[in-house]
Design a protein around this ligand. Structure first.
Ligand SMILES: [Zn+2]
Length: 239
């Protein structure tokens, strides 16, 4: 199976909160979208790995993604060593995505920026013939050139390069986020509080999507940054 979009995150739940509406929109357009988590978020203050993994697959079901892959890079400590980069290269070559979504290039959680850098590196390496990786049958994978990497803006306010209208998908996006019962506000969870577990987080995130939407004349939008200026086929496609 190949994908149109592979959305990669350091931790399960990064991508739902920052780009869930964009994913829903492209799936509604008939595009194939898959998710890859670099870690299983074993350092999370709330919840545990089996619980977080079950929540991640539930969120993927709500979004309607075609697949969700979870690598086992060490949460909080992963780094751009050859072994870790090759794991990401292998998944990119497996799914041959046109577009990759990656973490924010600057954010509160230091894993996010490191993940953003590693995904850019792995995307480049995936297109080098002398970087050899193998599929699950032991066959050498062909190289793959991804068209573009877009970084979804997360907690920290960054100047966006691209805003995607998610007005029709805002409620469904929050349904996907709420699949992470251990992470976000849940009156039945008594684990220690975190910056994303207070009830005002949902309000803040919805407000941010609304503020971004205002910039392009729609109700809700999600923000992305890009390394190179995006090109369009015609100006009338732009809002
Ligand atoms: Zn995260």
């Amino acid at each position: 199976m190949t994908l149109d979009i592979l959305a990669i995150s350091a931790h399960p739940d990064d991508v739902e909160a920052a780009a869930g509406g964009t994913i829903l929109h492209h799936i509604a357009l008939g595009k194939k979208v898959g998710l890859m988590d670099l870690t299983k978020a074993e350092l999370s203050t709330r919840g545990n790995v089996p619980q977080r993994s079950a929540e991640a697959f539930e969120a993927a079901k709500v979004l309607g993604t075609h697949t969700r892959v979870q690598l086992d890079l060490p949460d909080g400590f992963f780094k751009a060593d050859p072994e870790s980069l090759l794991k990401i290269v292998t998944v990119i070559r497996q799914f041959q995505p046109e577009i990759i979504l990656a973490n924010a290039t600057d954010d509160r959680h230091p894993d996010h920026q490191r993940a953003a850098d590693m995904v850019v590196q792995a995307t480049f390496l995936a297109n080098l013939v002398k970087v050899v990786s193998y599929d699950d049958q032991g066959k050498v994978q062909p190289v793959w050139r991804t068209r573009a990497v877009y970084h979804y803006v997360q907690d920290r306010t960054l100047q966006p390069d691209l805003l995607v209208d998610i007005t029709s998908y805002i409620d469904r996006k929050f349904e996907a986020i709420k699949a992470y019962k251990s992470q976000f506000y849940n009156p039945d969870c008594f684990d220690p509080e975190t910056p994303i577990s207070c009830p005002s987080y949902f309000e803040a995130l919805r407000g941010r999507n609304a503020m971004l939407g205002r910039q392009i004349g729609v109700d809700y939008a999600e923000a992305f940054t890009v390394a190179r200026a995006p090109g369009v086929r015609n100006l009338l496609d732009l809002l």
